[in-house]
Design a protein around this ligand. Structure first.
Ligand code: BGC
Length: 382
């Protein structure tokens, strides 16, 4: 009898333990107030958490990634993206932390392009060039947002209508961006857009990653691998010259995992022009599906980030213009090279390079691209 009671007690305890573990592993979706813009527009913060404890926070101000918290090889969780804790930070001066960049990611030379015989003049915000959509790009507008749980998977959907003529671009453009965090620790970003007049479009996400954790030093020892035999060299204004240059024998060859800092100070003309890596890579691909663009690894923590995309290029940027003036989350000032960006995209200045893959979107067509960030771990170095 006594034995039977003991067995029952053990069984009940085990059942309760399993239930608790199951609850801890449940995914969740929350929507919180994220303050107001200076103009008084209400902002939200959407947080998706998956069963493995990965947590993605996104705001509808610029459709930005505000935080990405992920465990390392030992289970220690850190936020691996630069940014701020409040909306005020994002409204202040900052280099597109976490933002969706549009209409046109990266530069358009002299802020001009021709389409169907007509010349368009864009807002210039980078010397004589237009960068990342102009003075008020998609990173500085309020999107409509909603977060939901779709069969145990968290999803944030953001939409924005860009008016005909906004920042000089033709056509009313309807854009939808969705972030989905699945239980394989993958964040899928889907971009959709339609227009009512021919326009050019190149959307990307400008998250700054530090796999050791934001504010935890520089990224120079982190390993980078980029799946590209060629890149697009630039001129002094960081506009592509038009050449697709072979990376062989140059500091731009990342076909094998290489420390970001291993060659960054080489006396190489392109590195000097970019003050480090700030270049578009021509991805090796066959077909138009998802390919692995890049893989980054922090041996110390064991964190790995793989970036997959349907896009033809990726801008590898090593935070060269971060200069310690901006204090981010936890008050840490972000120094030069304290993060890297992998901005999946069409090549910069494509509207002025007929040889580059086209960025023209016409009425009746659908702009549709996908990028996936896969979070992984490998055994951490001792
Ligand atoms: C550009 C850099 C620029 C940075 C922040 C990158 O995409 O290539 O030149 O400084 O964004 O604006």
């Amino acid at each position: 009898m006594h034995l039977k009671i003991c067995a029952l007690v053990v069984f009940v305890a085990m059942f309760a333990g399993c239930k608790k573990a199951e609850q801890e592993r449940t995914s969740s979706v929350t929507t919180q107030d994220f303050g107001k813009t200076e103009k008084g527009e209400a902002l939200s913060l959407y947080t998706l958490k998956n069963r493995n404890g990965v947590e993605l926070s996104v705001t509808n101000y610029g459709a930005r990634v505000v935080a990405l918290k992920t465990p390392d090889a030992h289970g220690n969780v850190a936020d691996i993206t630069l940014g701020f804790e409040t909306a005020k930070g994002y409204e202040g001066a900052n280099p597109y932390f976490g933002a969706i960049v549009g209409r046109y990611g990266n530069r358009i030379a002299k802020g001009k392009f021709k389409l169907d015989g007509k010349e368009y003049t864009l807002a210039k915000n980078n010397g004589e060039n237009s960068l990342h959509g102009g003075l008020v790009g998609f990173d500085r507008v309020v999107w409509s947002g909603r977060a939901e749980d779709v069969g145990g998977v968290g999803k944030v959907t953001l939409t924005y209508t860009s008016k005909d003529g906004e920042e000089g671009y033709p056509g009313t453009l309807n854009v939808t961006v969705t972030y989905t965090l699945n239980n394989n620790d993958e964040i899928q970003i889907d971009y959709l857009a339609t227009t009512d007049k021919a326009t050019v479009l190149n959307l990307t996400n400008h998250t700054y990653f530090n796999l050791a954790g934001e504010g935890k030093g520089d990224i120079l020892n982190q390993l980078m691998q980029v799946n590209a035999d060629k890149f697009t060299p630039v001129d002094a204004g960081l506009i592509p010259t038009g050449e697709l240059k072979d990376v062989t024998g140059t500091p731009f060859d990342f076909r094998k995992p290489t420390a970001i800092g291993a060659r960054i100070n080489d006396k190489d003309e392109q590195l000097m022009l970019g003050k480090g890596y700030d270049h578009n890579y021509v991805l090796n691909r066959t077909g138009s599906g998802l390919v692995q663009a890049a893989r980054a690894e922090d041996a110390a923590s064991g964190r790995v980030l793989e970036v997959w995309t349907t896009e033809p290029g990726v801008q590898f940027y090593t935070g060269n213009f971060l200069d310690g003036t901006v204090a981010g989350k936890n008050g840490v000032h972000y120094a030069q090279r304290s993060a890297f960006c992998l901005e999946t995209q069409h090549y910069p200045d494509s509207p002025n390079h007929p040889d580059f893959p086209s960025t023209v979107l016409k009425p009746g067509e659908e702009y549709k691209t996908t990028t996936v960030w896969k979070l992984r771990t490998v055994q951490a170095a001792k």
